[in-house]
Design a protein around this ligand. Structure first.
Ligand code: NSS
Length: 433
């Protein structure tokens, strides 16, 4: 191979030059004397035009027998072409087959059911749609981390194997740990709180696990969560940080991922609206809205996915629902100073029916109240000794939240199910591939 190996995304720098692309055959069609090869290399797709008279007879015949997803090295001259989706085309000069599959690629042009696609997730990832979604996912993560880094937050990784229950005893994955039991982390929060006492502004980021038997379009058993925690931030400061972070993420996706949003046919007008201020309603107000809209969820319950959808449909931007009843929320949330039945917390609901993408709260910093809550919830007290130390030694007002990466990606991409927002979705029914 004498021509330089280049990536499809960089073709604009090689107009008029001969280059080599290494990749796969995404699609092909022929019109007797010309083959049109759709080539992809992970950075983009480009059409290779192979004219019978301009290549060897052998290369021309070879293409006739190629299956979709054959791996190839294709050399040719780069031409600017306004009609081509990428803006470029390659006039093929030579072609080397690395591997021509011995059978037809299982994912074809016909519509496949979702189970078939999920069973073939390892191949489905090669589609341009999945490429667009995962490119946006990467931008969501990158921009969130960039925002926090720039604002002086320290990333403090939290363990996945833990001995303390983070959110609640239901929904735990439990495993044998030598002579003992361990849990897969539901959250990094408790560790983030310890880190906030050490370093002030911190966040954790990693996979988290919930053994919830929820079959909804919003639930995975393994999902990625980014959890900032800030010393001396109260409930209000906490919501402001959430608003700023979400606005930054959306603005960065709009700035860098136009092509991907277009491919997904996402209505970007709805995303352009994502600027401060977001709406704020109390749990009580949310209940009133729901009851007016005919929901039968009783006062005092947590909202289901359908309730959240109903609420968000009333707003054209994200909405914070604040101060839920204590009994439906986790043990660590701070009791409301004016009403001991409520806690200082917020759920941030994304618009267009998407619902909760963030759960956050001010933390209970009073030793006695926190211990009482641990006992009320019948959590194993001994495993919270270290957590209670944070209230024994220099307790402090602090707040934080968790933003679910997949729910955020599903919303920004306009997906109707969360399973496409993660490369390898895990749900109650799926642990492979
Ligand atoms: O349970 S949360 O509401 N809150 C926490 O875990 C806190 N410990 C976070 C904190 O304050 N540091 O979950 C937070 C977010 C929630 O809003 C969703 O976006 C996402 O995590 N989440 C999920 N995504 C996908 N699947 C499931 N099952 C799921 N559960 C929560």
């Amino acid at each position: 191979m004498s021509e330089p190996w280049v990536y499809i995304k960089d073709l604009s720098e090689y107009v008029g030059k001969e280059v080599t692309i290494k990749g796969w055959l995404y699609n092909k069609r022929s019109s007797g004397k010309i083959h049109f090869l759709q080539l992809r290399d992970g950075t983009g797709t480009v059409q290779g035009v192979m004219v019978k008279q301009e290549v060897t007879e052998e290369d021309f015949q070879t293409v006739k027998n190629l299956w979709i997803e054959a791996s190839l090295e294709v050399s040719g001259i780069v031409r600017a072409d306004e009609r081509a989706p990428s803006g470029f085309e390659i006039t093929v000069t030579t072609l080397t087959v690395i591997d021509n599959p011995s059978e037809e690629y299982p994912i074809g042009k016909k519509e496949h059911g979702i189970d078939f696609l999920l069973d073939h997730r390892h191949l489905w990832l090669r589609s341009s749609r999945q490429h667009a979604i995962l490119t946006i996912r990467e931008r969501v993560i990158w921009s969130a981390r960039e925002f926090l880094h720039t604002e002086g937050y320290l990333l403090v990784d939290s363990p996945i194997l833990t001995g303390s229950i983070g959110e609640g005893a239901s929904g735990l994955f439990e495993l044998d740990y030598f002579e003992d039991k361990a849990y897969l982390a539901q959250t990094g929060q408790l560790y983030a709180e310890a880190a906030a006492a050490a370093f002030g502004k911190v966040y954790t980021f990693g996979p988290t696990f919930r053994a919830e038997k929820s079959k909804t379009r919003r639930h995975l058993t393994e999902f990625w969560m980014l959890e900032p925690e800030v010393a001396f931030y109260d409930h209000e400061d906490n919501m402001k940080l959430q608003e700023d972070l979400v606005c930054y993420i959306v603005s960065q996706v709009l700035l860098h991922c136009r092509k991907e949003l277009e491919l997904l046919e996402r209505d970007t007008a709805m995303l352009e609206r994502i600027v401060p201020p977001f709406y704020h309603i109390s749990y009580d107000e949310a209940m009133n809205i729901l009851h007016k809209l005919g929901s039968s969820t009783p006062y005092g319950d947590d909202f289901g996915g359908e309730d959240e959808t109903l609420i968000t449909n009333e707003f054209d931007k994200p909405v914070f629902v604040e101060c839920y009843p204590k009994k439906v929320k986790a043990f660590y949330m701070k009791e409301h100073p004016d009403n001991p039945d409520l806690v200082l917390c917020d759920d941030l609901l994304a618009p267009e029916g998407y619902g909760e993408i963030i759960g956050g709260s001010q933390r209970e910093d009073d030793y006695d109240k926190l211990l009482a809550r641990i006992r009320e919830e019948k959590l194993p007290e001994e495993s919270y000794n270290w957590y209670l130390d944070l209230r024994r030694y220099g307790t402090f007002v602090h707040s934080g939240f968790g933003i679910g990466i997949e729910r955020t990606v599903a919303w920004i991409c306009g997906l109707n199910h969360i399973r496409e927002a993660i490369p390898w979705p895990r749900t109650i029914y799926r642990i492979t591939p």
